[in-house]
Design a protein around this ligand. Sequence first.
Ligand code: IMP
Ligand code: MG
Length: 179
Amino acid sequence: MKNDLQKILLNENDIRKRIQELGLEIDRHYEGREILLVTLLDGAIVFAADLIRNLSSPLRLDCLRVSSYGNSTDPETAPRILSSLKSEVEGKDVLLVDDILDTGNTMQRVSEEVLSKNPASLKTCVFLDKPDRRQNHFRATWSGFFIPDEFVVGYGLDYAGQYRQLPYVGTLKPSIYEK
Ligand code: IMP
Ligand code: MG
């Protein structure tokens, strides 16, 4: 699997250090208030798992399944929310967590959905952020790393369902896309 990678952009140490910083920043923001942390499935589970272990704020977890990509590296359709939250959102301090902010369409769509349920506040945290790809004005409250416009895999991010378990982030060899 490692042989399929062209280059590694972020190694395990880079990721661990940045998530510790994010944890401190997020804790500082919430000042002990309880967070309703909503993770977008499937890509953000690895990031969310590490992020929550770097938070000392009280929190509850919920997940939303959103679909926008098939087996391609480009968004094929508008994002669709495929599940509903188990938690009551009204009056809660919601933190949306995703793996990557690309066009911004997913976070925009999910934010609208959460805001329609009257949370006390809504903040967003993404592991990766590709500002060059944005198709709207969406900005994450916290971004782990800003990266160039390249398709990346690992640390939860997939290509055709594969490579999510890699503990680092990298780009794939062009030959993988030709298969
Ligand atoms: P957006 O709606 O275009 O911002 O896309 C967000 C979703 O697209 C993410 O949650 C990822 O699942 C997927 N995505 C975007 N860029 C990449 C990438 O470089 N690698 C893997 N998945 C990506
Ligand atoms: Mg995703």
